[in-house]
Design a protein around this ligand. Structure first.
Ligand SMILES: Nc1ncnc2c1ncn2[C@@H]1O[C@H](COP(=O)(O)OP(=O)(O)O)[C@@H](O)[C@H]1O
Ligand SMILES: [Mg+2]
Length: 291
C-alpha cells in the first residue's frame, strides 16, 4: 500500500499500525490518496500527492510557515519517487466546527499571515498552481448553462483578471473541510495541493461555504476583518474593503464555475443540477441587466 521507505519509517518509529482509515476529499471519484493510520492511542496522516507542490510545502516550506504563524500540521517524514510524493504528518483531531464557517477571525488571520509574509516573494515551490480563467472554461461553462448567460460569463471572465494577479502565495483551497483544530484549540490548515501565486480574494472566497450571501454581507465582513490585519504593517494593502468585497464575489463565482466544469463528469446528476441552478441564480443577481 505504501512505498517501502514510508513503511520502514512508520515501523521503525511507531511500530505496526492497527487500523487504517481512507480519507476522501470533496471529489470521491478521483480516488483516495489520504490515510489515517492508528498505532494504539496515536494516529498519523499519510498522504500521497500527484503534484510535487504539496510535498514542497511539507518538505521545504514548513519551518518558514511555522515561523510566520501560518499553522500547518507537523511534519514527521517526507518521501518521493519517480511518480509520487508522500508525507507523514500530524493528525489534527477535531473538525472545524460549522458555526465558525462565516468569516472566522483566527482563520482569516492564518490566511493573512500567509499572504503578508509572501507578498512579492517567491518560495521554493516547484510548480505553483496556475490560477487563471482556463482555456476552454467559457466553452465548457456554456455547455452546462443556458445561453442567456453568455454575456454575463464573458463579463465575469474580464473582471476575474484582477483576482489572478500574482501578488502573493495563496493556499488555493482553504475551504472549511481543509481546516482542523488541535486539542489546544489551535486552528490548522491542511491540503496544500493548490498552493500558488494569486490575490487574497481567491482564498477569502473559498473559505465561504456554497455561493456566499446574496446581499454580500458575509463577503463584506470577511473583507473588513481581513483588511484590519493590514493596518499598521509595512505593506499597504492595495484595495479598499468595497473593492475586496467585489473581488471575493468574483472569485467565488469563478471558483464555483471552474469546479463545476471540472467535476461535471464525476458529480452525481441531481447534485450537478442543483449546483447549476444555484449558480445560475447567483448570475441573475449579479448581472441583472444582461440576463
Ligand atoms: N492532517 C490532517 N489531520 C486531520 N485530518 C486530515 C489531515 N489531512 C487530511 N485530513 C482529512 O482527510 C481529508 C482529505 O484530505 P485532503 O488533504 O483535504 O485531500 P483532498 O485533496 O482529497 O481534499 C480532509 O478533508 C480531512 O478530513
Ligand atoms: Mg481537501
Amino acid at each position: 500500500m505504501f512505498p517501502s521507505a514510508i513503511e520502514d519509517f512508520l515501523l521503525k518509529t511507531y511500530g505496526y499500525w492497527t487500523k487504517v482509515e481512507e480519507l476522501n476529499g470533496v471529489n470521491e471519484g478521483k480516488g483516495t490518496s489520504c490515510f489515517r493510520l492508528f498505532f494504539g492511542e496515536k494516529s498519523f496522516i499519510v498522504k500521497k500527492a500527484k503534484e510535487k507542490r504539496e510535498y514542497d510545502v511539507y518538505n521545504a516550506i514548513s519551518p518558514f510557515f511555522k515561523n510566520k504563524k501560518v499553522s500547518i500540521p507537523l511534519v514527521y517524514y517526507t518521501y518521493r519517487d519517480e511518480t509520487d510524493h508522500w508525507f507523514v504528518i500530524e493528525d489534527i483531531p477535531h473538525l472545524f466546527p460549522k458555526d465558525r464557517w462565516k468569516g472566522d477571525t483566527e482563520q482569516l488571520k492564518v490566511l493573512f499571515n500567509l499572504h503578508f509574509n509572501t507578498w512579492n516573494k517567491t518560495l521554493s515551490i516547484d510548480k505553483p498552481f496556475d490560477f487563471r480563467w482556463s482555456k476552454g472554461l467559457t466553452k465548457r461553462a456554456l455547455s452546462l448553462f443556458p445561453s442567456t448567460l453568455e454575456v454575463a460569463i464573458e463579463q465575469l471572465r474580464l473582471k476575474s483578471e484582477a483576482i489572478f494577479l500574482p501578488f502573493c502565495y495563496i493556499s488555493g483551497d482553504p475551504n472549511p473541510t481543509n481546516w482542523g483544530i488541535r486539542n489546544n484549540g489551535e486552528l490548522v490548515l491542511f491540503d496544500w495541493e493548490r498552493i500558488g501565486y494569486a490575490t487574497p480574494a481567491i482564498d477569502l472566497a473559498i473559505t465561504i461555504p456554497s455561493l456566499g450571501t446574496l446581499d454580500k454581507s458575509l463577503e463584506f465582513n470577511i473583507a473588513s476583518t481581513y483588511i484590519s490585519f493590514w493596518k499598521g504593517v509595512s505593506i499597504e494593502f492595495p484595495y479598499s474593503i468595497q473593492e475586496l468585497t467585489e473581488q471575493i464575489v468574483i472569485a467565488k463565482m469563478w471558483s464555483a464555475l471552474d469546479f463545476l466544469v471540472n467535476n461535471a463528469d464525476t458529480l452525481e446528476e441531481d447534485l450537478l443540477k442543483l449546483h447549476i441552478t444555484r449558480l445560475n441564480e447567483k448570475f441573475k443577481v449579479e448581472y441583472p441587466g444582461i440576463i
